[in-house]
Ligand binder design. Structure first.
Ligand SMILES: C=C(O[C@@H]1C=C(C(=O)O)C=C[C@H]1O)C(=O)O
Length: 378
């Protein structure tokens, strides 16, 4: 047989599969209605296991695992179809359209903003970029930024989430699940670190350097070359500069931003000491209310998936069928659980796209934890 004839055969088979698929989905919808009337949950593990067992056996050794994957996908589709028919428009879909209606058409230039650290901190530099007329309140910790927003003390909060060379700011991701907030914007800031010491001191005489863990990590090559220097972590790069300024010691220095030299009366002992010239940190802007500004083309969510083989794969398949491009996938262990993880996804997409809203509503309706973290632009 030639290729064209094989393809004709495949087309005919697909025609039958599609007819049967539609029939299967309609039947699942009927079952969904029955379940709603009788107060039964949509998911029935035992039934799915039974079908997988049968299908796996009937398919024969060669195709057993392929058939199980196919039917696993069919279950997902049939459950989400049942859910959608029963829920109509989900709560999340309503909240999103509400936010779209109420959000001003232009991102504000001012507002009260919580930043971690003190003046000269990189969060402040990020804030200046986003809110040129922002009114900054400094808090000591990242947790304090979340709290200031959650309690309504500040309209916005700024938090670093990842660096192009040193990676994720884990502490911020771990705090996300303890707080209620929405991401309304993100920004990428080029970060050039400088070594700051007392006037008249020099790199040769420095025995100890203070800074934040991220800055130390981004300057690891500098420490390899200067092995005599002891590293001491502190909560913020600007706080490190202030500590050096307040200390009597002349053998200590801080890794900070350049503006901290002038702010704290220090001297630049070494310039651009980060490993890479292309060193960027991404910051998010959080707010208490959901707000989706024009141009929002990025969506962030936080989910757990069941601790079972294929669970993450099935979640990813939902993105894949819509042709959604994933921008970031981060996993963090859930404290107190046995290697269970919280997954954070950033993906490209607009909430004006009904397929995307349906996907979000579908995940929100599932049995696992799902949090919509916001839709925004960078
Ligand atoms: C259709 C049903 O709902 C769900 C979907 C199933 C399926 O697609 O075969 C099986 C079990 C349930 O988790 C059902 O309960 O039969």
């Amino acid at each position: 047989m030639d290729l064209a004839t094989y393809r004709e055969r495949i087309d005919a088979i697909d025609h039958d599969i599609l007819r049967l698929f539609k029939e299967r989905m309609q039947t699942a919808a009927e079952i969904g209605r029955y379940k709603a009337e009788h107060n039964l949950p949509i998911l029935n593990h035992a039934r799915e296991r039974e079908i997988l067992q049968r299908v796996g056996n009937d398919a024969g050794e060669d195709l057993s695992s392929h058939a199980r994957i196919l039917f696993g996908m069919l279950f997902d589709l049939s459950r989400s179809y049942q859910q959608r028919l029963l829920d109509g428009d989900s709560q999340l879909a309503h909240a999103i359209s509400d936010a779209l209606e109420k959000t001003p058409k232009i991102f504000p230039r001012n507002g009260s903003v919580a930043c971690q650290g003190i003046e000269g901190a990189y969060s402040q530099l990020a804030c200046d970029k986003i809110f040129p007329q922002g009114d900054i309140t400094y808090v000591r910790t990242f947790d304090g930024v979340f709290q200031a927003v959650e309690q309504g003390l500040c309209q916005y909060g700024i938090l670093p989430i990842e660096n192009s060379s040193y990676g994720t700011v884990n502490a911020v991701y771990d705090l996300m699940r303890n707080h209620h907030f929405y991401i309304v914007r993100s920004v990428k800031l080029q970060v050039n670190h400088v070594l700051l010491g007392k006037h008249g001191s020099s790199l040769k005489g420095i025995t100890e350097v203070f800074s934040h863990d991220q800055a130390i990590g981004q300057c690891s090559a500098f420490f390899k070359q200067n092995k005599q220097i002891k590293v001491t972590l502190c909560e913020n790069t600007a706080v490190a500069a202030q500590m050096v300024a307040d200390s009597e010691r002349r053998d200590i220095a801080a890794i900070s931003s350049r503006p901290c030299a002038e702010l704290y009366g220090l001297e630049v002992l070494s310039d651009n000491i980060q490993n890479s010239d292309h060193n960027y940190t991404r910051f998010i802007v959080i707010s208490k209310q959901m707000a989706i500004y024009p141009g929002a083309d990025r969506i962030s969510i936080m989910v757990t998936v069941p601790h079972k083989p294929g669970a993450l794969y099935r979640l990813m398949a939902k993105f894949s069928v819509l042709g959604v491009n994933l921008l970031k996938l981060e996993s963090r262990p859930i404290a107190g659980r046995d290697f269970e993880f919280m997954f954070y996804f950033d993906f490209e997409g607009s909430v004006y796209d009904q397929d995307i809203v349906r996907l979000l509503a579908d995940m929100a309706a599932g049995p696992d934890l799902f949090v919509f973290l916001g839709s925004y632009s960078e």
